[in-house]
Ligand binder design. Sequence first.
Ligand code: C2E
Ligand code: MG
Ligand code: MG
Ligand code: MG
Length: 290
Amino acid sequence: VAKEQGDGFYHFYDSIIENQRAESMQLENELKSALRDGQFTLYYQPKIDAVSNEVIGAEALIRWIHPEYGIISPAKFIPLAENSGIILDIDEWVLREACRQNKAWQDQGLYNFPVAVNISARHFYQSNLIPMITRILEETGLDPCYIVLEITEGTLIKNVNYGIQIMEDITKMGIRISMDDFGTGYSSLSQLERLPISEMKLDRSFIEGLTDGSRKSSLVRAVIELGHHMELKVVAEGIESPDDLKFLTELKCDEFQGYFFSKPLPGEEFCGFIRDWDSSSVIDIFDSEK
Ligand code: C2E
Ligand code: MG
Ligand code: MG
Ligand code: MG
């Protein structure tokens, strides 16, 4: 059990925090060999349309299957990878793998919808970002309309004007951009209107405790309205219960993602989920409460 939960890694992780220099060198080497030895894999979490209840997309989320420590969460190693150049190689691997897999599933007739990929802030300002995306699209033959890049608000702290320019270059390629963890980071509302994004993802912290009747619901309502005024799709992350779903449906949220529908799944299991998905099962939840 300890192995599956990556306990060994957490001890290692603690020692990195305590003893920065030596241990982070070791981690960087571990991440390099993990890439080389194929220890990374992508899990996929479905996104559900609020009106049709159909699966209309997925987010690719990286997992590190460590031979000794087991499955390691990206929340643990991505921040560390971001402190070294290795994040660039990881992001490139993720994008290539997500595009390859999406194309393969489409070719097999499984579905036609976009897969969203998280791009770290550090990568965003690299001059090779656009050439890298172009190369991967050519290699995999995936139409750019089937990728969404998720960036966080923090990405724009560095240089808003330059950031917007890069975003515009990306959208000109036919790739959509989603603002991830919306409301937890930079949050300069005056700039929001300038951003060429097509979607905002409300951070899970907005959804937690939403149905307790707190003032949070007024806040969430206002944020969703703001998004709609800017002609953005509003996605709620972290839907865990039927109550969350009901509430956000009433608030006219457009899309849902969360454990209530499915945890992120390995590719094979994700295919199974798509095949078995019955959009009417969601409607049953509402009906059963009447
Ligand atoms: P994120 O992009 O905001 O991803 C959403 C996270 O929420 C995922 O955690 C997902 O498993 C989790 N989640 C989804 N639904 C629920 C729910 O109903 N309840 C709860 N409690 N959690 C839910 P995960 O996979 O551990 O990823 C954590 C973060 O690591 C991501 O946050 C993203 O910032 C980063 N990350 C993940 N994969 C990649 C990647 O391939 N590249 C980069 N650069 N970052 C990544
Ligand atoms: Mg994300
Ligand atoms: Mg998020
Ligand atoms: Mg996040």
